[in-house]
Design a protein around this ligand. Structure first.
Ligand code: IMP
Ligand code: MG
Length: 184
């Protein structure tokens, strides 16, 4: 769906589809160089990373394997606690693999820092992170992220895989919702 399909439910477009895809091409070009000749496993974090994974993996020229994890963070309401439960584990073994975690957004960083430690503990040769979006002001832990698409303000955003109550993942742009959407 396009921004126009949302009408007044959409408050503001932060990033257009063209901006997202152009940036992904630039990130993919870096990844192509950095991982040339390496055995890469892209690990997408469900469900938000589905769009980034689809577009980033196709923009790459190197051969990669892809796998998925689903994790859930224990916490009150929308706040991340850093205590993570694996809902769906990897199908592949990461021992001695170069793992590149593919994320939609890094907010507090708590989920991601847990995930990185978890993958390292399993014996991955390297663990790096590629994220489409990052909210620097929301960071609770410093996570060393190698590839960042865009730093955005500390606001709740939807689209390009990101949801509000499982809606708006299929929005082409990244934007903020009008206040009346949360009230209903
Ligand atoms: P954290 O970095 O552990 O706080 O959690 C990050 C996760 O929270 C992301 O993978 C998203 O699923 C979700 N999240 C954080 N910020 C937003 C947002 O602005 N819109 C939609 N989901 C978000
Ligand atoms: Mg995520």
């Amino acid at each position: 769906m396009d921004a126009s399909d949302l009408g007044s439910d959409l408050e503001r477009v932060l990033l257009t589809e063209e901006q997202l895809l152009t940036r992904l091409d630039e990130m993919a070009a870096k990844i192509d160089v950095d991982y040339a000749g390496k055995n890469v496993l892209l690990v997408g974090v469900l469900k938000g990373a589905l769009m980034v994974m689809a577009d980033l993996s196709r923009a790459l020229h190197i051969d990669v394997e892809t796998d998925w994890m689903a994790v859930s963070s224990y916490g009150s309401g929308t706040k991340s606690s850093g205590v993570v439960r694996i809902l769906k584990d990897l199908d592949r073994d990461v021992t001695d693999r170069h793992v590149l975690v593919v994320e939609d957004i890094i907010d507090s960083g708590l989920t991601l820092s847990w995930l990185i430690a978890n993958l390292r503990a399993r014996g991955a040769a390297s663990v790096e992170v590629c994220t489409m979006l990052r909210k620097p002001e929301a960071a609770k832990v410093e996570v060393d992220v190698r590839y960042v698409g865009f730093d955005i303000p500390n606001e709740f955003v939807v689209g390009y895989g990101l949801d509000h109550a499982e809606r708006y993942r299929n929005l082409r742009v990244v934007g903020t919702l009008a206040h009346h959407v949360y009230g209903s």
